[in-house]
Ligand binder design. Structure first.
Ligand code: PAF
Length: 289
């Protein structure tokens, strides 16, 4: 397994693979890897085969964090991450320092960003206004450096995957994007590097996101005509979440998975997304109703 830390070095390697017609599977991450990430690596391997190359990027991207967010304390453990990658059969880790990804940014001299203007508006985009600009910018840059044939994203960040998919289409990136299912703990909590922040009292309460999603599914299943008013169901889920002393709802939304537009009537096939603070930790989850 190679560890590459420069943008030029990564691109040189990728151009070599491209010249040889090799398939490249790519899993972008911010590190602090868990079983969910490893399942994305395994998916990438299956997609490119043994003859292909699997690249994992480990980079905590500063431009997707707002100034008040958790950039400085975002968990990092490169030694552990690289051991996990090696064990999972990763060929290359790309782990650039900030100046490689954002030349000049430290002195205010970086000025190019990629912005998706529609799907990035609601939910995470409304709660974290500069977040997706940072994500699309860094992912576009990573795609230019790694030159993947296929990139694998996790479904936990469902809106992120939709926004990146739109960017790939709109900007003609020559790659296929695959969205792999969310990995969960036995009690339903979606795996996330941020789960590490939860205290012993908060951890059991964090399953409220999963329980809220199950409640929404049951409500639609039980509804006489198969539809429930979104406003009423949102209220019900908000009340359920409020039963947990450490939990504070940020948003809950029901939307059309194709357009990401909110729906007034929730039927089977609608997508549900929610963001909940558990203590000071902000967790997100989503699923098909
Ligand atoms: O999902 C993540 O970990 C990040 O948003 C990504 C895609 C690696 C971009 O920084």
């Amino acid at each position: 397994m190679k560890i590459v830390t420069t943008a030029a070095g990564m691109q040189r390697l990728a151009r070599g693979w491209q010249g040889q017609g090799m398939k490249v599977g790519f899993v972008p991450t911010m590190g602090y890897l868990h079983a969910g990430h490893i399942s994305l690596v395994e998916r990438a391997r299956r997609l490119v085969g043994r003859a292909g190359v699997v690249v994992v990027s480990i980079y905590v991207n500063p431009t997707q964090f707002a100034p008040h967010e958790d950039l400085a304390k975002y968990p990092r453990d490169f030694k552990r991450d690289s051991a996990l990658c090696r064990a999972a059969g990763v060929d290359v880790i790309f782990a650039p320092p900030d100046p490689e990804m954002y030349p000049g940014r430290a002195t205010g001299d970086y000025s190019t960003y990629v912005v998706e203007e529609t799907l990035a508006q609601g939910m995470e985009g409304a709660a974290r206004p500069t977040h997706f600009r940072g994500v699309t910018t860094v992912v576009a840059k990573l795609f230019h450096l790694v030159l993947p044939t296929v990139a694998v994203f996790g479904a936990k960040d469902w809106q992120q995957a939709a926004v990146v998919q739109r960017m790939v289409r709109d900007l003609n990136f020559p790659l296929r994007l695959v969205v792999a299912p969310t990995h969960r703990e036995a009690d339903g909590l979606a795996m996330s590097s941020r789960n590490k922040y939860l205290s012993a009292e908060e951890r059991p309460q964090a399953t409220i996101l999963w329980r809220a999603m199950q409640r929404a599914k049951a409500a639609v299943r039980e509804a006489e005509n198969g539809a429930v008013a979104a406003a009423a169901l949102k209220q019900e889920l908000a009340a359920l979440i409020a039963t947990q002393p450490a939990a504070r709802l940020d948003y809950v939304e029901f939307f059309d998975p194709a357009t990401l537009r909110p729906v007034a009537e929730v039927r089977r096939g609608a997508q549900l997304a929610l963001a909940v603070f558990v203590g000071r930790t902000r967790l997100i989850d989503n699923g098909r109703v």
